[in-house]
Ligand binder design. Structure first.
Ligand SMILES: Nc1ncnc2c1ncn2[C@@H]1O[C@H](COP(=O)(O)OP(=O)(O)O)[C@@H](O)[C@H]1O
Ligand SMILES: [Mg+2]
Length: 299
């Protein structure tokens, strides 16, 4: 059964529950810089098209594998289908053509032990009438059965994003960055191992964004998650990712797949390194090319 909550027109949370199966190794304790060959695919999209009801082709022939432990950024001009692809990866939208597998199987394995995914949106979409604690525990309240102590899991999620002291504050009492942290805690409370983030820091100032970038990187490494992160910032994509996937518009398609072969953990000195500048140049060039492709297809 799928439970999808709509707030302010945005799908806020997805929680899946089906019976436990143990036939797939879902251990996510793989070092992010470990042997890439041994990593299992978490998502396999093959020749995916998406045509919306109004005839817009948002995605054309998208083929991409996301492996366990990767931090993959989707980068591209506005309207190139980043959100569409991410939503299909989340099971929130169906492909018009092509196939998609989760943990090498159909979507019905999502929600089983070790196969949880969570979605973080650009806007924090917190319930204004509930305290931070209440917002964060919402996904657990929506689940029929929750393993472990709910209060403890909420505390842990708040602790992970550094919001423990603000558990009893209302969203309006928090800064934009703190609201985003609360939104991330609400995703983490389900203990996902696949995190899908759609421009989560796009509305924040640069300092706050840099800080949250470091926090997400730290949590990703500590917990062995797999992350797919949508952004339109070249710098953010290069700083965070083990791979940057560049998309072009009209129709939305994947045009480049660039490995950022730099060790983790990454620190702020990476931002001012020569290697960072070189990767940014390479990714910017790919993005320019992708934008030009989108213009050609414009009618
Ligand atoms: N629900 C929808 N119905 C019709 N067209 C849509 C819908 N959602 C997105 N689109 C269109 O699909 C294309 C890709 O959109 P989107 O995936 O949101 O791109 P991005 O996230 O890269 O900006 C755009 O042309 C957009 O206008
Ligand atoms: Mg988008």
């Amino acid at each position: 059964m799928t439970m999808i909550r709509e707030f302010s027109g945005t799908t806020m949370d997805i929680t899946e529950r089906v019976s436990n199966r143990e036939d797939v190794d879902v251990s996510n304790k793989v070092a992010p810089t470990g042997d890439k060959r041994s990593r299992r695919p978490v998502i396999q999209a093959r020749n995916v098209d998406k045509v919306y009801g109004n005839g817009t082709t948002a995605l054309k022939d998208a083929t991409i594998d996301i492996k366990q432990g990767e931090f993959v950024s989707l980068l591209g001009p506005s309207g190139c289908g980043k959100s569409t692809l991410l939503r299909i990866m989340a099971g929130l939208g169906e492909a018009s053509r092509g196939t998609i597998k989760w943990w090498e199987q159909d979507y019905d394995v999502v929600g089983e032990k070790g196969r949880k995914l969570a979605f973080v949106f650009q806007n924090a979409t917190l319930m204004p009438w509930a305290k931070v604690r209440g917002n964060v525990r919402l996904p657990l309240d929506l689940e029929k059965y929750v393993a472990g102590d709910v209060d403890k899991r909420v505390e842990q999620a708040l602790d992970m994003v550094g919001l423990s002291r603000f558990a009893d504050a209302y969203p309006r009492e928090l800064s934009g960055g703190m609201q985003m942290r609360a939104s991330i805690a609400r995703a983490l409370v389900t203990q996902p191992n696949l995190l899908l983030m759609d421009e989560p820091f796009g509305a924040l100032d640069e300092m706050t964004r840099n800080k949250l970038n470091d926090d997400v990187l730290r949590l990703w490494q500590e917990n062995g998650w797999t992350i797919v992160f949508v952004t339109h910032s070249v710098y953010e994509a290069v700083y965070l990712s083990s791979r940057v996937v560049v998309m072009a518009a009209r129709p939305g398609r994947i045009v480049e797949d660039i490995i950022i072969d730099e060790p983790f953990p990454r620190h702020s000195d990476f931002r001012v390194s020569q290697s960072f500048a070189q990767y940014c140049k390479q990714v910017s060039f790919a993005l320019e090319k992708a934008s030009a492709m989108g213009q050609e297809g414009k009618v």
